[in-house]
Write a new protein. Sequence first.
Length: 320
Amino acid sequence: MRFLVVGAGALGGYFGGRLLQAGQSVDFLVRPPRAAQLATRGLVIRSPHGHLKLAAPTVLAGQIRREYDVVIVASKAYDLEQTLAAFAPAVGPHTAILPLQNGLRHLDLLGRRFGHARVLGGLAMISATLDGDGSIAHLGPDHELVFGELDGERTPRVEAIARAFAQAGFDGRASDTILQAMWEKWVFITALASVTALMRAPIGDIVQAGAQELGLILLEECSRIAAHNAHPPSPDSLARARDALTATGSQLSASMLKDVERGAPSEADHIVGDFLRRGRWSTADTVLLPVAYAQLRSYEARRLRGALEACDASPQRLAA
């Protein structure tokens, strides 16, 4: 199969690299700085499942000259709208689009642009980060990619993708209930992002401070919203979430907190904001989630103001 992986960061680089290692045809759609980095160093993965260094075929926006069987969208949610135009030439009549963002808003964006029939559901369970030298550090044993048709049908294209993933050295799994799985992950990610961003701390520090109840309250609020949308989390998924949100000594935190700590854009609107919007009319007792979203929006306003002030004070602007 011909795969186009949109983004070669920790997520796209890892799964795309494993597909490339297995002999699949893979191109990475990246920006010029990442393309230069990959051309110089190659695609480097350090993982408990085996280290990897490969030449990574890259393509820039405006350079796509063919259609692909599968487009794996692994870019950040806040980049998605401008990314759509970049990979649009890769989408043909039979292309499957497999996004790996958390939440659900991206399904609407992709469906409106390319037609809902082309879009699969997907989620990744992996802890990985992009190091300063551009290499990918896989931080734990999990490297699962779950996908499927949004209506649960087991179609020929799902079977074909599953066969390709089976050779790739990660846990690729086709699901007949992918939408439920996406909701369950969204519940957990929203609770985790909200509590760690509010407290500016990983789970273990929050527990040590005696504030573990905050994460459980957020989990309950998110669960009620999911139930209002006909996707209540299963007892097993809730038990796993409670354990993760109350684990003593845990260094777990959301990638959103890492974005805030380094002054980067966050996925607050896509993950927390959209979750809150889907439940605004369903409950009167959603208390902490709006506070968390307001805090994250305040951060974004402060970050943008700082960027504008820096632009106004640049030497070029002052010379003008």
